[in-house]
Design a protein around this ligand. Structure first.
Ligand SMILES: *Cc1c(COP(=O)(O)O)cnc(C)c1O
Length: 405
């Protein structure tokens, strides 16, 4: 996926191993998330490098990860925020991201959440239905304000990704269908407390093939033409997020393919003069900087296979159970020859399995196991099912050790 050289798996593994000297592992309380802020900074630098001078504006999709140090690092690089709940709007503001850089999407915004956005004069509400548009207008009128809105349009583009994370098809619950755009435009003149500022799209997540993004550009151009034919000039276009990452090679592809991604939009999307193009990237910014670190509780020899039973389960990282997602797994404390294992968690559900028939260096009780590329949709989706404790998160081995005190 990226332009870097391929490393051998064995060399690759040393990247994380080097950060965690074995003798210090033994004192660590597991499971916990480890975030490498150097990788995050390098990722943010690459993003900054690309959209320069094109009127591109990047928002970070908070739902991927709201760790305070991650948010601080992202805010320091000047990114805006993409929020999908009132809680995320609060978290973005608390992290110091200015309201003028906050967009707020979601099919079910509650009144208090809309009011929170209005009180803080956020950049834009991404509106997903006519009833929502009417409620925003009413609530804004009650405050004597005008809400800036973008219509989230369902472009009916397939993201060719897992069906749980495709969002831009007519059958999905998100956005306003293309066939309803005129109805909405006809409604707008009667809504005195909303100002149409843009159009918004988001077609799905973990998209590594650039073709769906090109199709989106074609669709956006058509839609823009339609708005122009109705004498509506939009201030901005927001194409959402969804850029995927390389889960198989977390080290040699630690920086996602931002170059090809932004190039697609530069080449295929026709902006009107003065228009800005907004992006809402989540996974691609934070996934590769995070690992879930756990300890092997037991190695159980079954009749036909061996199980590595970890002290982390889907309560810490639900993606494998929820989306059949792949995470690279490494034994950081063994150099023994590889053996095949089913790697599972301790939760009382059969879906609590991270991988089947997975080749790991021979594993023993106490070995430290890393689940890689877990910075996005990992910690934030942790639950207390089985009355488990929520995982800690650290950004260095030193904070991890002192976190024990
Ligand atoms: C989830 C989401 C994003 C971010 O998606 P990624 O795949 O993490 O980049 C962006 N915009 C909206 C509206 C979302 O719901």
């Amino acid at each position: 996926m990226t332009e870097k050289n391929n490393l051998k798996a064995s060399e690759e593994k040393k990247v994380l191993k080097g950060l965690f000297p074995i003798d210090r592992f033994q004192s660590l309380k597991t499971p916990f998330y480890y975030y490498d802020l150097d990788i995050l900074r390098a990722t943010l630098d690459e993003i900054k490098e690309q959209p320069k001078k094109d009127g591109f504006v990047v928002h970070y999709a908070l739902k991927a990860n709201v760790n305070p140090e991650i948010l601080r690092t992202i805010r320091e690089r000047g990114l805006g925020a993409d929020c999908v709940s009132g809680g995320e709007v609060e978290a973005a503001l608390k992290a110091g991201i200015p309201a003028s850089k906050i967009v707020f999407a979601g099919v079910g915004k509650a009144d208090w959440e809309i009011n929170l956005g209005l009180d803080n004069d956020i950049f834009c509400f991404n509106v997903e239905s006519v009833p929502e548009l009417e409620v925003i207008n009413e609530l804004a009128a009650a405050k004597g304000k005008t809400a800036r809105i973008a219509l989230r349009i369902n472009p009916n583009v397939s993201a060719h990704t897992h069906h749980y994370i495709t969002t831009g098809l007519n059958e999905n619950k998100f956005g306003i269908n293309m066939s309803d755009i005129d109805k909405v435009i006809d409604l707008l003149p009667a809504l005195n407390n909303v100002k149409l500022a843009g159009v918004h799209f988001h077609i799905g997540s973990q998209i590594t093939d650039m073709e769906p993004f090109r199709e989106l550009c074609v669709r956006v151009n058509e839609i823009q033409q339609h708005f122009l034919s109705r004498r509506i000039v939009l201030e901005h276009v927001n194409v959402g997020g969804g850029l995927g990452i390389d889960y198989e090679h977390p080290d040699d592809s630690s920086i996602p393919a931002f170059k090809s991604y932004f190039e697609i939009f530069r080449r295929h999307l026709r902006l009107q003069p003065g228009q800005t193009l907004h992006f809402e990237l989540g996974r691609s910014i934070v996934a590769q900087c995070g690992s879930l670190i756990s300890r092997t509780l037991y190695v159980k020899e079954g009749a036909t296979k061996s199980f590595v039973i970890l002290d982390a389960g889907f309560t810490e990282l639900i993606r494998p159970a929820l989306y059949q997602a792949y995470h690279k797994i490494e034994n950081l404390t063994s150099d023994l020859p590889e053996k095949e294992y089913d790697v599972v968690g301790p939760i009382c559900e059969s879906s609590d399995t991270f991988a089947k028939a997975y080749a790991l260096n021979e594993t023993k009780r106490g070995d430290i196991i890393a689940l890689r590329s877990a910075g996005a949709y990992g910690e934030i989706m942790a639950s207390q099912y089985n009355l488990r404790k929520l995982p800690e998160a650290y950004t260095s081995i030193d904070t991890a050790v002192s976190g024990l005190a």
